[in-house]
Design a protein around this ligand. Structure first.
Ligand SMILES: Nc1ncnc2c1ncn2[C@@H]1O[C@H](COP(=O)(O)OP(=O)(O)OP(=O)(O)O)[C@@H](O)[C@H]1O
Ligand SMILES: Cc1ncc(COP(=O)(O)O)c(N)n1
Length: 267
């Protein structure tokens, strides 16, 4: 069985972060492991408190995994603080796993700064050069490139700028645009496009976490980069189509719809 690691924050409501990542890994038939960078108190309505995990405990979690287990893929999500990023980068340079997908999580859907704005530069400088792929959404790409992104053309321009920052591939997600949800992949030479119709739902908590975890799982399973993104896009689209009205705010997506359906657990 392939073994895949998420380095991210915990979401108490289970829709995003570590919890979304582990559900996604399970749905892909890979063994999920986690390094927790921060514990958030959050639900579908907001983030109410964050406790960052110390540098030392983050280093020890990474060490405990890599000293014992072969890791087939790593996904990085919420990294919170400068010192968190530095210790992750240090450890990953040491253990040098082949597949690292960086989701540069900055602000939650509810508007909370999950990344200290002072750490934005550190994230770019330390993590992007380690990344096989970086998966910004439009607001994150705007912060990284300091440009305004409203069209596909501007997405392409931004992807080229982010590529220059050191990631081997850039997947710029179009979930925040108004029309179809088109994500664009740039590998330094050409663009590939992954489109789905916009699904009319408010329940999109953790969509970015889920997509980057699905890409990591598919890469660990041996799919080519394009195939990994294409399969992940299909997975997130089904998860959003069958998203769950849990809580009073932005609900989570459904990670196991296809599996439950096949098993006859749902109609
Ligand atoms: N309403 C929607 N209908 C269809 N696809 C969507 C919708 N919203 C998001 N997506 C898709 O979900 C994936 C995640 O994109 P999105 O831009 O929402 O990421 P994100 O903002 O980083 O997510 P989050 O911060 O919630 O984890 C992309 O493939 C995007 O195209
Ligand atoms: C721990 C953690 N990681 C990531 C997100 C981003 O997800 P969203 O943008 O849907 O709030 C989150 N809310 N919490």
């Amino acid at each position: 069985m392939k073994k895949v690691l998420t380095i991210a924050g915990s979401d108490s409501s289970g829709g995003a972060g570590i919890q979304a990542d582990l559900k996604t890994f399970s749905a892909h038939g890979v063994f999920g492991m986690s390094v927790i960078t921060a514990v958030t108190a959050q639900n579908t309505q907001g983030v109410f408190a964050v406790q960052d995990i110390t540098r030392d405990v983050i280093a020890k979690q990474i060490e405990a995994i890599f000293e014992d287990i072969e890791v087939d893929g790593v996904k990085i999500g919420m990294v919170s603080q400068v010192q968190t990023i530095e210790v992750i980068a240090e450890q990953l340079r040491h253990y040098a796993p082949q597949t690292i997908v960086v989701d540069p999580v900055m602000v939650s859907k509810s508007g909370y700064h999950l990344l200290n704005p002072e750490a934005e530069v550190t994230l770019i400088k330390e993590l992007l050069p380690l990344a096989m792929m970086v998966t910004p959404n439009i607001p994150e790409a705007e912060v990284m490139t300091k440009m305004s992104i409203r069209t596909l053309k501007q997405m392409e321009e931004a992807a080229k700028i982010i590529y220059q920052m050191g990631a081997k591939n850039v997947l710029l997600k179009g979930g925040h645009l108004e029309d179809d949800s088109t994500d664009i992949l740039y590998d330094g030479r050409e663009f590939s496009y992954f489109s789905s119709s916009r699904i009319a739902t408010k329940n999109t908590h953790g969509t970015g976490c889920t997509l980057s975890s699905a890409i990591t799982a598919n890469m660990a399973l041996g799919y080519s980069l394009n195939e990994a993104v294409s399969r992940a896009k299909e997975y997130i689209t089904i998860a959003i189509q069958h998203s769950l009205s849990i809580g009073k705010g932005v609900g989570p997506t459904h990670h196991f719809y296809t599996l439950y359906k096949k098993a006859g657990l749902i109609e």
